[in-house]
Design a protein around this ligand. Structure first.
Ligand SMILES: Nc1ncnc2c1ncn2[C@@H]1O[C@H](COP(=O)(O)OP(=O)(O)OP(=O)(O)O)[C@@H](O)[C@H]1O
Ligand SMILES: [Mg+2]
Length: 343
């Protein structure tokens, strides 16, 4: 496969310092992003999904830093970027982000149109008239009707879903290479969620975007992603095509995530939930971080961190269960239902 890599993360470690203690938030992550793909990142709260993608845009909180590793983008190592001046060449222009809560991304004191035009003028050489025309086009692209009138309104005059459309308009205004969507629909009603998801899919197509889609809802992933990366405790533990991760998952943590999908629940029965809690990232982790919660854990899981084992050229997982000497373990029976639903 000769796939064009847009962004290449290698052995990335991110740490935060809090009250004199150090938290190891991203633990030696490597990941490639291919041009034009939609990659979903899934995992429980605190697994590092947001922190990982924030490092691509220089948006780590002030108490955080890239401790080691590289983030290659068009021949530059973003992990070495220090100044705002450097980041402004990337942020918004090359890589744009849509966050969960549209209100935090918008300025309540400026009209929606002015904010989209501002984004355009920041990164492109346009006359004010050109910027206005382009702004109207983009508002139409993101499905806001009567754009001339609505562009003169303020964020509070928009519904939550419409506000998220404005945020998306600002994100795609400068035709970035990469669009990062961090739980973009979590704060919205279910029906609106589906519309925003569809909008993102349409724009990805129209603007040839490479997309990272962060969600804790694996159900969403099946519909949007080409590939899925599963994160646990600051590490990617399994990555593969959507099909591979859904129908042929190999990491017990991915099994647990899949088992808790509502579509596998039997009416009247309690949904499966993963027992225990994720590890404390302030303390060193020995072995496989998931071992204490893993019903299939082997002795070695508590001692040595598993390497990645390759299942196919596109599919790999970090679990000792894939070692040739490991005992044969069947995935939970409930996952067979996912396979049956395939056709
Ligand atoms: N500024 C900070 N200071 C200290 N720790 C932080 C800071 N920002 C994030 N962390 C920690 O880094 C880890 C990863 O956080 P992150 O926000 O990436 O999780 P997430 O996977 O995005 O979770 P969620 O699904 O809740 O958004 C967590 O343990 C979190 O507490
Ligand atoms: Mg997050």
């Amino acid at each position: 496969m000769d796939k064009d890599i847009v962004l290449s993360v290698r052995n990335l470690n991110v740490k935060f310092s809090l009250r004199g203690k150090v938290l190891h938030a991203i633990r030696d992550v490597s990941l490639d992003l291919y041009r034009g793909e939609t990659l979903a990142i899934v995992g429980e709260s605190g697994s590092g999904k947001s922190v990982l993608t924030k490092t691509f845009m220089g948006l780590l909180d002030a108490n955080g830093w890239v401790d080691s590793g590289s983030i290659l983008y068009e021949g530059n190592d973003l992990a070495q970027y220090k100044t705002e001046k450097e980041w402004l060449t990337i942020r918004g222009r090359e890589i744009a982000m849509v966050l969960q809560d549209p209100m935090t991304s918008l300025n309540p004191l400026k009209t929606v149109g002015a904010q989209i035009e501002e984004a355009l003028l920041l990164h492109r050489q346009l006359t004010p008239a050109q910027a206005h025309q382009r702004m109207i086009e983009i508002m139409t692209d993101v499905g806001i009707s009567d754009p001339e009138r609505r562009s003169r309104q303020y964020p509070h005059e928009f519904s939550g879903g419409m506000r998220q459309r404005v945020v998306i308009a600002i994100a795609v205004a400068c035709k970035p290479q990469i669009l990062i969507c961090d739980e973009p629909t979590t704060a919205l009603d279910v029906t609106i969620q589906a519309q925003i998801l569809q909008l993102i899919r349409d724009l990805v197509h129209k603007y040839h975007l490479t997309t990272v889609y962060i969600t804790h809802d694996l159900g969403v992933v099946a519909n949007v992603a080409d590939r899925v990366a599963v994160m646990y405790a600051g590490d990617i533990v399994e990555v593969g095509t959507s099909r591979e991760v859904f129908y042929d998952a190999r990491h017990p943590y991915t099994w647990a995530l899949l088992s808790s999908l509502p579509q596998l629940g039997v009416r009247g029965e309690k949904l499966f939930s993963i027992r225990g809690t994720p590890p404390n990232l302030y303390l060193p982790i020995k072995g496989d971080a998931f071992a204490p919660r893993n019903p299939y854990a082997l002795k070695i899981d508590f001692e040595e961190r598993p390497p990645f084992f390759e299942i196919s050229p596109t599919h790999k997982a970090r679990t000792w269960l894939l070692h040739p000497d490991a005992p044969a373990v069947e995935p939970p029976a409930v996952l067979k239902r996912l396979k049956q639903e395939e056709y």
